[in-house]
Design a protein around this ligand. Sequence first.
Ligand code: DGY
Length: 322
Amino acid sequence: MKPKIYITRKIPEKIYHYLLDHVDIRMWDKEDVPVPREILIQEIQHVDGLLCLLTETIDAELLSYASHLKIISNLAVGYNNIDVKAASQKGIIVTNTPGVLTETTADLTFALLMATARRIVEASEYLRSDQWKTWSPMQLTGQDIYGSTIGIIGMGRIGQAVARRARGFGMNILYYSRARKTSLEEELGLGYCDLDKLLINSDFVSILIPYSPEVHHMIGARELKMMKNSSILINTARGGIVDEKALYEALKDGEIWAAGLDVFEKEPLDLNSPLLSLPNVVTLPHIGSASKKTRLKMAELAAENLIRVLLGGEPITPVDEY
Ligand code: DGY
């Protein structure tokens, strides 16, 4: 008898068929609606494997229904949606999809950096809404990228990929991370400093750390006040790292110059969010890794992790154990 799995969202056909060669599949067959929790509770009781997304909260309560589950394969590099400790206590392996999305996410980080610095979205709206009457010297002027300083919070894979791009753009690079990465400093031209110094000295602050309760609101009113009035905050990690209310105030009062946000405290972002009333914020619907090739690679890796464990092998990318 084949192992049974549940997939919490419609996945690419190719990956679905690959999985079908090895396992029996039940799937929440919708593209744009997350599986309701009551259905997930029902389904998880009968399966050996779960392939899920960052939209599903896999907590101790849900896991208490999982009597056969051997693996939770998260189709994302971030896994703050999963209670890994509760899973390991039940002997359940948790995997994620690191590596395959690094460059794509770094590209999007840079796209947000450039869009906010040069007011791309605002300028496009300016033209479309018939405000462009003439060329004038200070019209829609933004901030320079070349020669500026980027402060990268977190120097993991994506942080390093952003640093390589920043180097190519002639930027100075500061970084702060829990563990200093001295071996990379010369190669990437990085200067290590503490968080306060990074905030004070950077023209761009790019957040690239995983979310955990310890970093909840790591960037709040105090930190935003330390940044230059001309500086720009880019968040392509997780929304909860930034205190959104404090960010709104800082942007409104001109304490910082702009923000580029791909992630939010609550997703999808409420259309009544005050952030959306500000012209100096570029907001995206969590598309950091959203290139066709990368999303396919993420799905392939998530499927491979699942199959390997269910066939008695080792996963390729298990998350850190507790
Ligand atoms: C992740 O993988 O954690 C991203 O947020 C989505 O690609």
